[in-house]
Design a protein around this ligand. Structure first.
Ligand SMILES: [Cu+2]
Length: 181
């Protein structure tokens, strides 16, 4: 039997399972099981998949909270689009908006301080990927994701979108600053 010619015997699926085929099915199935149990394992013992809380929200409600934070704590603007760089107080709730095809605003956090990082999307599914820390969180419209974060390293980090979200997906990049206080 080949992919080009039709099978010689029409009821080909009634033939007994070939040893090689059975072996490959077993290998694939075992690998599925390993990956299945690695997911909770990585969640508990890995550093990439953080524990999050999720709440229902709407773009209007969420963008208002982000706007309030930006109005209070903007310290400067960056790039030609004048994206606000926000330095909220340590321990506070910080908001990041994902939309086609940008992150808003730019957050500036203090090293060693804890924050409640909120994420939501204004339109479609986006992915929050923090590099080089390799932290991944899904950003879902209609939901407000909250994670407790404590930056342990100062510097400039990159945020990229890791859920394909259309023609401008590859340009959906931003920054997160961590400063020493
Ligand atoms: Cu995106």
């Amino acid at each position: 039997m080949s992919a080009i010619h039709p099978p010689a015997t029409r009821l080909w699926w009634k033939q007994p399972l070939d040893r090689v085929e059975g072996t490959w099915i077993a290998i694939a199935f075992l690998w599925c099981l390993i990956m299945f149990f690695m997911m909770p394992y990585w969640h508990v013992f890995g550093k990439q998949n953080l524990s999050n809380e999720a709440y229902r929200t709407t773009p209007e409600v969420y963008s208002k909270k982000a706007q309030d934070m930006v109005d209070k704590y903007t310290v400067r603007t960056e790039t030609a689009e004048k994206i606000p760089v926000v330095h909220p107080p340590a321990g506070s709730d910080v908001y990041l908006i994902a939309r086609l095809w940008a992150w808003w605003p730019i957050l500036e956090l203090e090293k060693g301080k804890s924050y409640r990082l909120h994420l939501s999307s204004m339109d479609y599914l986006h992915g929050f990927s923090l590099q080089p820390a390799n932290i991944n969180l899904e950003v879902i419209p209609g939901y407000e994701m909250v994670v407790n974060v404590t930056p342990n390293e100062a510097g400039s980090f990159s945020i990229i979108c890791n859920e394909f979200c259309g023609i401008g997906h590859s340009t959906m990049a931003s920054k997160l600053y961590v400063v020493n206080k």
